[in-house]
Design a protein. Structure first.
Lengths: 90, 571
């Protein structure tokens, strides 16, 4: 009689603990999901930023722009062939 | 006390209260049974319909890179705004602010949302800038969200517009290499199932239905620097001579890689409205024309291949005209007696015709067709023209004579460049390709090494002083090539005053690396010969390219050799 009772009590305690564990797991899963969403949003933002920077870089690096700056602002020009010196690597 | 109370409460009242409570409990129980057991499937289903959505996971399209890894086409993420008509219809009072944030007229927004009533998803505005997206979302209108999409961007804009083509609104290739390699480049969007709340916010993820697979990158044979140089010079030439259009192609003679391919007029693939169909054509591949004198190179090659002619064999071109089957073929003046090389150097129509007529019947046809005339190059470019070459048996005397100097057939600039690459590569016709690396072993021998080398020497003298192509010369390098000035075909014959200026050649002549073709349609004004219009453009672009590729000058005269210093050696 006593044995059965204590088993039932023991099981009740276990059920209670498992119920609490479920609550805890649920809570942690929600917290992690919120974190996941935040990170996903951050990843998306970073990807957008990366794309923007790529565009910016390739816009600045357009050959036409570089050539214009070299010619107009820096007064650079291609040397005549006769004034060039050719160095041959051994 | 207790008894007194018990007596005070009448039995009828007690039963009534108990009965009411029992009824309530019974009603609750029945309802619970109804919801949980009888209608549970239906309700569960309804909940799923309302709160479970499958949302796409976007996958970006692969990049085009040039041979040095520089980007030619990039897919950058942008945001598109979507709406759920249900909650949107319930919040009509917010429409004016939403419309202004979306930068669209209120009526159009209203029309779109009302038309889509009953659906769960519509695009409100696609491909917005990040800041505009922010403004829309900050309004907090229920049922409005953003979704990631990609926009294609071409850093080189119109410089490589024809080669790359462009994509449609849903990222599928529409023209050019974007179309040709669509399967390779395309990303495959994934899907996942999520739970959303009443306002469309995601609450939890349920399952991944399909993973998103991004597209693969493709490294092209194009050299971005050479492409820019060729484009800039071609544009300047076309403008300077008031020409209607022009093309230039540069090939690696051994691998068949297309290093540069430009056309005028051009379009900007970044601008969706810039889509006049005539400007979209990649003329270097899709347009074929009569190559004129540039074809004499192959007539001479056929003559040498036949064994009937040696480079020093004399051909009489006096008096500068030749009658064949009732037609007169003429030179620009009486060139007298020429050797075989002289025909190329002076570009004699009479000489080329005489040589062609003296060959065996199929000899000329065989060499032309081996060199790829009238046959698609297999580059895989959408809309590539095959050109035209009459079948072997059907050539009359007149046709043979005129084909010897490039009339009565049609080639594309790419075909012509490939045929010249065969002469540059000791007689091996390369397999042209837009891929980096190419297939150097795929080339096919179309003439003997000796013939190719002999023709190379003749073409070099055509660019030397006294030749028609002298303006194609590049200081410090040995260049070989042939000019061409073809009358444009018009209704019922040839237009007397409309020309096509051509130059085809390669460099450095001692050990060729680059073959190029320049075509300028209808140059206006005093200068219209290939040697005046196309050859200088060839010299500027090839000269610059040789320098960009660090190819050692092979044309230094002996005193100049002293200028070649060995790095680290004595000065």
């Amino acid at each position: 009689m006593i044995g059965e009772r204590s088993i039932a009590f023991g099981l009740g305690v276990v059920v209670l603990l498992s119920a609490l564990a479920v609550v805890d797991a649920q809570h942690r899963s929600r917290a992690l999901f919120v974190e996941l969403q935040a990170l996903e949003a951050e990843a998306a933002e970073l990807e957008t930023e990366w794309g923007r920077l790529q565009l910016e870089q390739s816009t600045w690096a357009t050959h036409g722009r570089i050539e214009r700056i070299a010619r107009e602002e820096l007064d650079m020009r291609l040397p005549e062939f006769d004034s060039a010196e050719i160095v041959v690597l051994p | 006390m207790t008894r007194k109370h018990t007596q005070w409460i009448q039995p009828g009242r007690r039963r009534f209260v108990l009965g009411a409570c029992g009824l309530l409990a019974g009603a609750l129980g029945a309802r619970a049974v109804d919801l949980q057991l009888l209608r549970s499937d239906f309700l569960r289903n309804q909940a799923r319909v309302r709160h479970v959505r499958s949302v796409p996971l976007s996958a970006h399209r692969g990049m085009f890179l040039d041979r040095n890894g520089e980007p030619l086409a990039i897919s950058t993420p942008v945001w598109s705004i979507w709406g759920d008509p249900g909650p949107l219809l319930a919040a009509r009072e917010l429409w004016p602010t939403l419309a202004s944030a979306l930068d669209m007229p209120l009526e159009r927004l209203a029309e779109r949302v009302t038309a889509a009533a009953g659906r769960e998803f519509i695009w409100l505005r696609r491909r917005l800038t990040p800041s505009a997206t922010e403004r829309v979302l900050d309004l907090g209108v229920p049922g409005v969200g953003r979704r990631r999409e990609y926009r294609r961007y071409y850093p080189t804009a119109e410089v490589s517009g024809h080669v790359l083509g462009f994509t449609g609104i849903d990222d599928q290739g529409r023209e050019g290499l974007e179309l040709a390699y669509d399967d390779w480049l395309q990303g495959h969007p994934g899907r996942k199932r999520v739970v959303i709340d009443r306002l469309g916010r995601r609450i939890s993820d349920l399952e991944l239905i399909r993973e998103a697979v991004p597209g693969r990158d493709l490294t092209l044979s194009i050299d971005r620097r050479m492409q820019y140089l060729a484009y800039r010079e071609l544009k300047a030439t076309v403008q300077h001579h008031g020409a209607t259009s022009g093309s230039m192609v540069i090939l690696d003679v051994h691998t068949g890689e297309i290093l540069a391919m430009v056309n005028q007029p051009a379009f900007n693939p970044n601008d969706g409205r810039d889509r006049a169909s005539a400007d979209l054509r990649n003329r270097a591949v899709t347009d074929s024309f009569e190559p004129g004198s540039t074809m004499k190179t192959f007539t001479i090659a056929a003559a040498l291949e036949s064994g009937q002619y040696q480079p020093e064999t004399s051909v009489f071109t006096a008096p500068g005209t030749l009658r064949v089957g009732g037609h007169t073929i003429s030179d620009y003046r009486d060139l007298g007696e020429l050797d075989v090389g002289g025909i190329l150097r002076k570009s004699s129509n009479v000489g080329a015709s005489r040589v062609a007529l003296s060959l065996e019947q199929h000899e000329l046809w065989r060499l032309f067709s081996r060199c790829g005339v009238g046959e698609s190059t297999g580059s895989g470019f959408p809309g590539e023209a095959g050109g035209k070459l009459l079948p072997a048996g059907s050539w009359s005397q007149v046709e043979t004579a005129t084909m010897a100097f490039g009339y009565g057939m049609a080639v594309t600039p790419l075909q012509l460049a490939r045929a010249y690459a065969a002469i540059a590569a000791d007689g091996v016709l390369p397999e042209v390709t837009f891929h980096k690396g190419g297939r150097p072993d795929a080339g096919e021998r179309v003439m003997s090494r000796e013939t190719a080398q002999a023709v190379r020497h003749m073409l070099e003298s055509a660019v030397a002083p006294g030749g028609t192509g002298v303006r194609a010369a590049v200081p410090g390098y040995r260049v070989a090539g042939k000019t061409g000035t073809a009358h444009m075909a018009a209704a019922g014959g040839y237009a007397a005053d409309r020309y096509r200026a051509l130059f085809a050649g390669f460099a450095p002549a001692s050990e060729p690396r680059l073959a190029a073709v320049v075509v300028i349609d209808e140059p206006q004004g005093e200068e219209f010969y290939g040697g005046q219009v196309a050859a200088p453009l060839f010299a500027r672009v090839i000269g610059g390219s040789l320098r960009l590729l660090d190819i050692r000058p092979d044309g230094l005269e002996v005193p100049d050799e002293q200028r070649l210093r060995t790095a680290g050696g004595a000065t």
